[in-house]
Design a protein around this ligand. Structure first.
Ligand code: COA
Ligand code: ZN
Length: 303
């Protein structure tokens, strides 16, 4: 039974921009974030306090966070891979953090240069500090539906890492199809296993990439199972430099359109999302990648 209301967790400024070859000015990132909050988005993943060598696109994380004009009622989570990242995030005024590991050893190694076990140990003090300060904390399980190095991922692997992350005390897990390979049966299989393992649907956000055009049907499938939190990136930007061939996240505007047609409430304005998407497409110097960006809404709104 589909929910009447869902939560849209915007990842455009972080996942969206981290693999773009065109550099985006700090001022433009800040403007983009403002446009996203104008559109009604209440959770906007803002940047990453990772190694600037690993992700040069987000090397201005400290400045972005310090200069951020916060809107009341909006959460601005940031990625933190280790204690060094946590120190930077704290100094810049962050109050919501995301740690990230993977369902496979090879993906964790390529992305964060740690084994899964090492990553859990690296996150333990980070999450403990976040909790002690009353911060909101999320943990990503990357490559949960397929790994560029190991291929198919057994659901047991997702369950094991999910348990370990929940035990650290995070508020939420982001079960991620980093490669964009999952179909509805995979969603049922993985979420079925996670649910049977006792992790509540309300503690899970779903992070789908639209690399192969399956993101929306995966959202619909997850909604039918009672899941209510979905990640999306305005403009359909996104991908990981560590996931070869990965393409954009599910575009926020494509998700909003679907939810509007289905009568599912979410609090986000389609035209305002399209305006933010156009702004970023201009900065990146290329046309919008999303379906809605090309076709416009219906009725009304043509970008
Ligand atoms: N912020 C800034 N610099 C950092 C850092 C952080 N959070 N953590 C480590 N560094 C620096 C170190 O100071 C060191 O710098 P130096 O070479 O100038 O001495 C260098 O990075 C290497 O540090 P080390 O601890 O050996 O890390 P590593 O090379 O094993 O890399 C990560 C580990 C996690 C820091 C790195 O892999 C990373 O940032 N990955 C993020 C990838 C990502 O964001 N992927 C997309 C999101 S899903
Ligand atoms: Zn992603």
């Amino acid at each position: 039974m589909a929910p009447s209301e869902v939560r849209i967790y915007e990842v455009g400024p972080r996942d969206g921009l981290q693999a773009e070859s065109t550099g985006v000015e700090t001022d433009d990132k800040l403007r983009f974030i403002q446009l996203l909050s104008n559109a009604g988005l209440r959770e906007i993943e803002t940047t990453s306090f990772v190694s600037p060598t690993a992700i040069p696109q987000l090397a201005d994380a400290d400045e972005v966070m310090r200069r951020l004009e916060r809107r009341v009622g909006v959460r601005y989570p940031v990625l933190v891979p280790n204690q060094r990242g946590m120190e930077r995030a704290l100094a810049a005024g962050a109050d919501a953090v995301c740690v990230f590991t993977a369902a496979t050893e090879s993906y964790a190694r390529h992305n964060i240069n740690m084994s899964i076990g090492e990553s859990i140990e690296a996150f333990r003090p980070v999450v403990a500090e976040a909790r002690q300060r009353g911060f909101w904390a999320r943990a990503y399980v990357s490559a949960a539906f397929g790994c560029p190095y190991e291929g198919e991922v057994p659901e047991r692997a997702v369950v094991d890492v999910s348990h370990a992350l929940m035990e650290l005390g995070v508020d939420e897990l982001a079960i991620s199809d980093t490669l964009g390979v999952a179909g509805p049966s995979d969603v049922r299989r993985v979420l079925g296993a996670v649910g049977e393992a006792g992790i509540a649907a309300d503690a899970i956000g779903l992070h789908f990439h639209d690399t192969r055009g399956t993101a929306l049907v995966n959202v619909v499938t997850a909604m039918s199972l009672g899941y209510r939190s979905f990640d999306a990136s305005t403009g359909g930007t996104g991908g990981s430099p560590f996931a070869p061939g990965s393409a954009g996240n599910l575009a926020t505007e494509d998700l909003v359109y679907l939810l509007d047609r289905e009568g599912v409430r979410h609090g986000v304005d389609l035209d305002a999302v399209l305006a933010a998407a156009s702004f970023m497409a201009d900065r990146l110097g290329r046309p919008l990648q999303s379906r809605l960006g090309r076709a416009g809404g219906w009725p009304g709104s043509v970008p």
